[in-house]
Design a protein around this ligand. Structure first.
Ligand code: LLP
Length: 462
């Protein structure tokens, strides 16, 4: 996969992992080739995830100790890393009226939601299940916004009863249904219409959402008519406008383009005497998986707000919906090396985590850096790191230089977002346990799933 690859050997040896330009066209980890060299001295997640000597630590806890005491596969998250990612956004928005709504699809574990709820965040949800979870985690319902193209009537009813802050409506058909459901329950549903600005986010096609060919949002050309219809419907109250153009965006250009397109629409909607109270610019900011260099959230928003000010919208209520950039680099997945299998064409390093725990490589050919929890030094061998699932697509990393022995532990980095929340029970594998680290304190926030847990709710036919 890599044009040029060299050793990932002893940590702290300076620049030890240097990758050349990726050969895979539009690989999700490689939108911005050529890559910056990766350094084990500055891993994704640093300074909260870092080597001290030969051991990998998360905050003040040695990851090797967690692997031994809690078993593997194990997701481990740094609370400080999440809060510092949030703080970057807060710096960018200092002095503004803003509601940061964590897009909980990135990681919806209760203990993670609780961190953001306690920090005062709102939440972006996409299902009734997410609504129930976020309320269970202590969120303020009035700070919850509900996105998604296929909300059911039942989900709308529950969200109205809970008193959520806004429905991000994605089609004209949905507007009609929401109005009817709200009226029947004696509510007026607060709505924002999700605009599809037709802007290329320059990311992997599966996670690009703001192009004409995507299923999301209302076409730019139909937006004004849709607002006029919304304003006329008795069960609705127009409160905002929103857009979200994609995920793992590593450039500022697409954001600026989308913002301009949205503001052009606000001009037109307000000229039609429909006030738009809040502006929601979605999520999508990328993280460093493999030398990616997305802008810092604070710096990005400082620049976007300059544009907003220049267009006279700087004092509006603002919302954003970041997911990955708040949790992605705060988490790792620990796994144990089960077997080494040398081969003629490939060497395989078979580990106990698999595509059911870490679906992103199989789904998007995504790159996650894989590093040892404890280095032995010595010459690395190039392996494909694979799981036990019975599919050739069950790989976690390809062509990775590693010096490992069976029984060693590895960390799959940048695993805080879209890993556990996308995990499955394929091959009847129980989902991994999860641990939240806060300084030197370790909290188990999800028990390892057992076979009995998996069979709950199933019955034999008698
Ligand atoms: N708002 C809306 C309406 C969204 O659809 C999404 C993500 C977000 C916010 C949060 O985007 P973020 O800040 O996390 O980029 N499973 C894929 C990512 C799918 C993203 C879907 N929508 C992956 O693993 O890369």
């Amino acid at each position: 996969m890599w044009a040029e690859g060299s050793a990932l050997s002893t940590p702290n040896a300076g620049l030890v992992a240097r990758f050349g330009a990726c050969q895979r066209p539009r690989c999700i980890a490689c939108a911005n080739c050529p890559k910056k060299p990766m350094s084990l001295d500055h891993l994704p997640g640093a300074p909260h995830i870092a080597y001290r000597g030969s051991q990998l630590w998360i905050e003040d806890v040695r990851l090797g100790d967690l692997a031994r005491s809690h078993g593997t596969p194990l997701f481990v998250y740094s609370k400080a890393a999440m809060l510092s990612a949030l703080a970057a956004y807060q710096r960018g928005f200092a002095g503004r009226k803003v509601q940061i709504c964590y897009a909980m699809k990135a990681n919806s574990t209760l203990g993670v939601l609780q961190v953001f709820a306690q920090a005062g965040c709102g939440f972006d949800i996409v299902s009734g299940g997410e609504l129930q979870r976020v309320l269970a985690a202590g969120a303020d319902a009035s700070k919850v916004i509900f996105s998604g193209v296929g909300k059911t009537r039942e989900e709308m009813r529950r969200a109205l009863q809970a008193g959520i802050g806004c429905f991000n409506v994605e089609s004209e058909a949905e507007l009609e249904v929401l109005s009817a459901v709200a009226q029947a329950g004696g509510h007026r549903a607060p709505v924002s219409i999700r605009v599809n600005p037709n802007v290329d986010p320059k990311t992997h096609p599966y996670i690009s959402t703001g192009l004409k060919g995507n299923k999301f949002g209302v076409a730019h050309e139909r937006t004004l008519q849709t607002y006029q219809r919304a304003a006329a419907l008795p069960g609705l109250q127009v409160v905002g406008i929103d857009c979200h153009i994609g995920s793992q965006i590593t450039e500022e250009g697409p954001y600026l383009d989308a913002m301009d397109r949205v503001l052009d629409l606000v001009d037109a909607i307000e000229a039609a005497r429909i006030p738009v109270r809040h502006l929601d610019f979605g999520g999508g900011l990328g993280i460093n998986y493999n030398g990616d260099t997305p802008p810092d959230a604070g710096a990005l928003w400082t620049r976007l707000l300059e544009r907003l000010d220049a267009r006279g919208y700087g004092d509006r209520h603002l919302m954003i919906e970041p997911g990955r950039s708040l949790v992605g680099n705060a988490g790792v997945c620990l796994t144990e090396v089960l077997y080494l299998k040398p081969g003629e064409q490939k060497n395989f390093c078979i580990v106990d985590a698999a595509m059911n725990d870490l679906p992103r490589p199989a789904m998007y050919q995504a790159f996650h850096l894989i590093v040892p929890l404890e280095s032995h030094g010595g010459a690395p061998i190039t392996y494909d790191v694979v799981g036990p699932v019975c599919e050739s697509g069950d790989w976690i990393g390809r062509d990775r230089p590693l010096h490992v022995r069976p029984g060693d532990h590895l960390a799959v980095l940048s695993a805080g977002a879209y890993c556990m929340s996308m995990a499955s029970n394929y091959n009847s594998r129980g989902r991994a346990a999860e641990v939240l680290v806060d300084g030197n304190k370790v909290h188990v926030i999800r028990q390892r799933e057992t076979a009995i847990d998996q069979m709950r709710g199933e019955t034999l036919v008698t």
